[in-house]
Ligand binder design. Structure first.
Ligand code: NAP
Length: 221
């Protein structure tokens, strides 16, 4: 599949590398595609050299060329950036991994949207033609793409979205990554719960002194 990964941070890099390993074509979106190859001080430069199959291009071009989009953008600018490339997004599936973290008052970050709204809903309402599926934002990026990093095979990931066919497409990709316990929370409004887990995730990281952990939901069958 042709997949756009928007964002070149640690999340974008983790997904791009894993998708290439799985045989997908990856178009990686960035503000300035020339900057990586041109700037030897930029860590992206060496990463791109190590992953020659990943094609670096503008956000708009990556969206235009792909069949599905992964939003791995900084949460504070995700709506603005995606809205600016709306034409290229068309009616595609947008996998939203971003978290609405506001670092302006220091650590730990606060949520910039919560309770009766979420970043997932803001994206869906700004882009009514696309199908936003919120997922994977509740785990570190290395676990997102390789859940078997954690010994417990059946730890949990969530999906939220209005379009059932889009969620099924995303669930298939999650299964390719290795996820086995995927809980469909419901429509995109349920992204509120996944995003509002972030304050607890951040405290768990401080207490456990690692990012290698996840929730495992246990139910009496
Ligand atoms: N780190 C994790 O393990 C983890 C886990 C779960 C969820 N998340 C969420 O995943 C998302 C990505 O996280 P990250 O740590 O990889 O990256 P990040 O540092 O939050 O930023 C990712 C991308 O955002 C773009 N960006 C930043 N400011 C911009 C601006 N003013 N205009 C346009 N683009 C801008 C950058 O594009 P350029 O390529 O142009 O620099 C960058 O590649 C975040 O929303 C984060 O909360 C992260």
């Amino acid at each position: 599949m042709k997949i756009a990964v928007l964002g070149t941070g640690m999340v974008g890099q983790a997904h791009a590398a894993r998708l290439i390993d799985l045989g997908h074509a990856v178009y990686m979106g960035t503000r300035n595609p020339k900057k990586g190859p041109a700037d030897s001080a930029n860590q992206l430069n060496s990463w791109i050299e190590a992953h020659p199959s990943v094609k670096l291009m503008t956000f708009a071009e990556a969206a235009q060329r792909s069949e599905m989009i992964i939003n791995a953008l900084n949460g504070e600018i995700a709506v603005t950036v995606l809205k600016s490339i709306e034409a290229g997004l068309g009616d595609k599936v947008v996998i939203d991994i971003s978290n609405p973290l506001d670092f302006s008052k220091g650590m730990p970050p606060r949520l910039s949207v919560s309770n009766n709204d979420s970043l997932g809903e803001q994206l869906q309402s700004a882009l009514p033609k696309v199908s936003v599926v919120k997922t994977l934002n509740t785990v570190n990026c290395l676990i997102q793409v390789e859940p078997k990093r954690l010994a417990a095979a059946d730890h949990t990931v969530f999906v939220s979205g209005n379009n059932m066919a889009a969620k099924e497409t995303v669930i298939r990709l999650l299964q390719e990554y290795g996820w086995r316990r995927i809980i469909d929370l419901g429509d995109i409004e349920t992204a509120r719960g996944a995003e509002m887990y972030m304050p607890l995730w951040l405290r768990l990281m401080d207490s456990l002194k690692t990012v290698d952990f996840n929730l495992k939901i246990v139910v009496n069958e």
